[in-house]
Design a protein around this ligand. Structure first.
Ligand SMILES: [Zn+2]
Length: 130
């Protein structure tokens, strides 16, 4: 059974839904009810672009058990054109070649299978733009 946390995160995971502050313009991901910059509660839901640039990355060589088959893999902080930053796995490339500034697209993919039933959990992964 997927965890309650996973279900709460479905709008973020499935639709890349963040929030934009109507007062100062700050974009957050995941969505927040209060702006971290100006403390305004005037936040509006906003769908993020399905693209971005790598800000920083690392290579995971000792993953959790449910990602053993994918090791080694790269995990990166990606900034979207709206200014939101999210941490995602980088797929379809050599993990050693993921560098800051790399253009990526954010694609809807299988993230992992949870529990003994193997329930599929989906979300977004970054894929280098060639
Ligand atoms: Zn604000």
């Amino acid at each position: 059974m997927p965890s309650p946390r996973y279900w709460r995160e479905v709008p973020n995971r499935y639709r890349l839904e963040g929030a934009k502050c109507a007062d100062c313009g700050k974009v957050t991901f995941p969505a927040r009810h209060v702006c971290p910059d100006c403390r305004s509660a005037n936040m509006e839901a906003m769908a993020l672009s399905r693209s971005g640039k790598v800000v920083t990355s690392t290579v995971v060589r000792t993953p959790p058990d449910d990602l053993l088959m994918e090791s080694p893999y790269a995990v990166a902080v990606v900034e979207t054109p709206e200014g939101a930053r999210l941490m995602v796995q980088v797929a379809d490339c050599d993990p050693e070649e993921v560098l800051p500034g790399m253009e990526v697209s954010l694609e809807f993919r299988l993230i992992r299978k949870e529990g003994h039933g193997g329930i599929r959990c989906y979300g977004h992964k970054a894929v280098p733009v060639v």
